[in-house]
Write a protein that binds this ligand. Structure first.
Ligand code: PMP
Length: 456
């Protein structure tokens, strides 16, 4: 009996000692966060993390501790540091909210920061809104979505993405964002690692952080035309790596991977048994050759789609995911827990929207992008011509340019743009959206040009 008491006392002591050390570590992380902010360095530093990871692994060897336990614990510590250093992070969303509150006070703002098409949903949506009451789609339903809607989606996706999709491969969600959240949260466990290629839409990282999952960042550069390095991806994969996130056409760069590179990345994922979460919500706006991840018929792939961009239905909050039934079941459990099911009337309306021809939307966005490309070149911004999506991700080579400062000061002049830093370590970049009519875009680009010439 006294033996167990002794052991328990020791256990208490060790635990309390670990908590004290965690406090010291968190305080140091905060201090480092301040320094990084002052010198304009981003939160994530893969090289630095990797050096420490190597030390942890070699210590495991030395003291005889199982590496996978130690590295999971290490990932927890790294995420805590990321959390304390990420407070007040400014993204396109924070600029959007600031712009909205300025508008409430009577200021006129041109919105080139968010990816929200200004055009209306297809006309059939209006008719569906009018008739849904009488049609009686007004009740609770299955978490995965209405069977008729899933059937329609399966047919639509099979044809559009050249794949074999059945209704059992589909879950309807309130926007692609929620499918991304459920996929990451249900398929991965705390301490697992997920690869994100940056620049990237920030929610992948945020969902991972929320679920205790460690993000391993692969940074890409304008010089390399936003192509990720295969070597780097290979070197990042270890026994904790469980998922790679792809998003092509990409937000914010508009990049589409070459077929060869995409094939190789999917092959690498297969070899390492990784989930491939492919967020394909900009496929409607693919200009050059684009191939859905569905066409690989890989059991561990999850494709997210949405009506937000393709059908200009952002406010309806409707999207879906396509995956193997086992994956869909897991995602459906969490969706049922969070929201029972997606609103039936909205599902009916989206089902009707599937009948609409949206090719006009693609032409509209392409024309606007062409205009932005022309204007951005005239101003002297540095960028890769996008292969799709609705954005230009541009670098300003002026000395000391800071996208966050720029986004805040351009708001005062009536223009909202997204700071590059919201998408990774891209301080001297901004993202410009092609989501306004051409006259407004020209007005916005003129404001941008004026601010830039003032700074020279
Ligand atoms: N993925 C990407 C890459 C996005 O840019 C966005 C929204 N801007 C979403 C997902 C979320 O889309 P939804 O409105 O369907 O939630």
């Amino acid at each position: 009996m006294s033996d167990i008491n002794d052991l328990r006392n020791k256990m208490d002591q060790v635990t309390l000692e670990m908590i004290k050390l965690l406090k010291i570590r968190t305080d140091i992380a905060k201090e480092i966060g301040e320094v990084k902010k002052n010198i304009g360095k981003g939160v994530t530093d893969e090289v630095r993390e990797d050096n420490l990871r190597r030390k942890v692994i070699s210590l495991c060897d030395e003291i005889g501790l199982e590496e996978s336990i130690a590295t999971k614990f290490f990932n927890f510590l790294l995420n805590e540091s990321v959390k304390v250093q990420s407070v007040n992070k400014q993204t396109h969303l924070s600029i959007f909210l600031k712009a909205k509150s300025m508008e409430q006070q009577g200021k006129k703002i041109i919105h080139m920061e968010v990816g929200e098409p200004d055009f209306l949903p297809p006309l059939i949506v209006k008719k569906a809104l009018e008739e849904v009451f009488d049609k009686g789609f007004l009740k609770y339903g299955q978490a995965r979505g209405m069977p008729t809607f899933r059937e329609a989606l399966a047919k639509y996706a099979s044809k559009k993405f050249n794949a074999k999709v059945t209704e059992d491969n589909i879950i309807v969600s309130p926007g692609a964002r929620f499918s991304i959240f459920t996929a990451i949260t249900t398929l991965l466990n705390p301490g697992d690692e997920m690869i994100v290629i940056e620049p990237a839409w920030p929610a992948y990282k945020d969902c991972a952080l929320n679920a205790g999952i460690k993000v391993r960042t692969i940074s890409t550069t304008l010089e390399e035309k936003w192509d990720p390095s295969l070597e780097q991806i290979k070197n990042t994969i270890n026994s904790n790596t469980k998922m790679i996130v792809l998003n092509y056409p990409n937000n914010p760069t508009g990049k589409i991977l070459s077929e060869k590179l995409q094939d190789t990345i999917v092959e690498l994922a297969k070899q390492n048994d990784l989930y491939v979460l492919s967020d394909e919500i900009y496929s409607q706006y693919a200009k050059s050759n684009w191939k859905s991840i569905l066409s690989y018929d890989y059991k561990k792939s999850i494709v997210t789609q949405s009506f937000s961009k393709s059908h200009a239905m952002t406010g309806f909050r409707i999207g879906y995911a396509i995956a193997d039934t086992e994956i869909i079941e897991k995602m459906a459990k969490l969706e049922a827990l969070c929201l029972t099911n997606v609103s039936e009337p909205i599902q009916y309306i989206a089902m009707k929207a599937l009948e609409a021809d949206t090719s006009n939307n693609s032409n509209t966005v392409q024309n606007r992008l062409d205009l932005l490309i022309e204007k951005a070149s005239e101003i002297g911004l540095d960028f890769v011509v996008p292969d799709g999506a609705m954005y230009i991700f541009a670098r300003n080579n002026q000395e000391g340019f800071d996208g966050i400062q720029f986004a805040n000061s351009s708001l005062e002049k009536g223009l909202a743009v997204a700071p590059g830093e919201g998408f990774g370590n891209y301080r001297n970049f901004i993202r410009i959206s092609a989501c306004q009519d051409e006259k407004t875009l020209i007005e916005g680009m003129n404001i941008l040009s004026n601010i830039m010439s003032e700074k020279q």
